[in-house]
Design a protein. Structure first.
Length: 213
């Protein structure tokens, strides 16, 4: 059913409020996650964790050089050296992180992890997807929206203004499991509050961003 702008705004605000209520007041103790090397693969190549957690890689860094490949905006990169004993990385930004072994990436020695915002329990039953805060926010010109699909499916990602009027459709296609990014160009838009809505595998999530030129 097609919603008018007023009904759409109510739907967006209700979805946003539901997410806030579900995550409010939930605290998580920081956890250390250990990843070791097995031949030419990481023993855990996909992880879900919370902001504030630590990942520690253990193995022979003389033979395997671990480095970040794709990380969220504002997140610090990481890279081991031949002298590294253990590589510790504290996650401070929510989003999708991808890394590999510089020497053996062509053999499939790759891994990834995605982190949820503070107050969301990563060990809870797996949701259909995870939608992350856009970065940067406030938006001066363009911003990046990231999400992680737990399974392949049809994805619809749209942006609405504060009145519930659709501004842009950023994605409308079938996507594979894993991390995905979409860029939104806010140039020319008036300052104000906007919403972005992700629909995937029968689930809807909404987040808010501010355009401020």
């Amino acid at each position: 059913m097609q919603l008018d702008s007023t009904s759409r705004l109510k739907h967006l605000l209700l979805s946003l409020s539901f997410v806030i209520l579900c995550t409010a007041g939930i605290a998580n103790a920081a956890t250390k996650h250990i990843i070791t090397f097995k031949s030419y693969e990481f023993d855990t190549d996909t992880l879900t964790l919370n902001v504030g957690d630590t990942i520690e890689w253990q193995g022979s860094f003389l033979n395997h050089l671990v480095e970040s490949k794709s990380i969220p905006s504002n997140a610090a990169s990481f890279k081991s050296t031949n002298d590294t004993k253990v590589l510790d990385y504290v996650v401070t930004v929510a989003g999708v992180y991808q890394y590999d072994c510089l020497y053996h990436a062509n053999l499939g020695m790759k891994g990834s992890f995605h982190t949820v915002e503070a107050g969301v329990i990563a060990s809870a039953p797996i949701a259909a997807f995870q939608l992350y805060p856009n970065t940067p926010n406030p938006v001066t010109s363009s911003t990046e929206i990231s999400f992680f699909l737990e399974k392949a499916g049809n994805v619809m990602l749209k942006v609405y203004d504060e009145k519930g009027v659709e501004i842009s459709t950023l994605m409308n296609s079938r996507m594979e499991r894993g991390g995905h990014n979409a860029s939104f160009n806010a140039a020319g838009l008036p300052n104000g509050v906007y919403f972005y809505e992700l629909q995937a595998n029968g689930t809807v999530a909404v987040k808010q961003m501010v355009v401020q030129h």
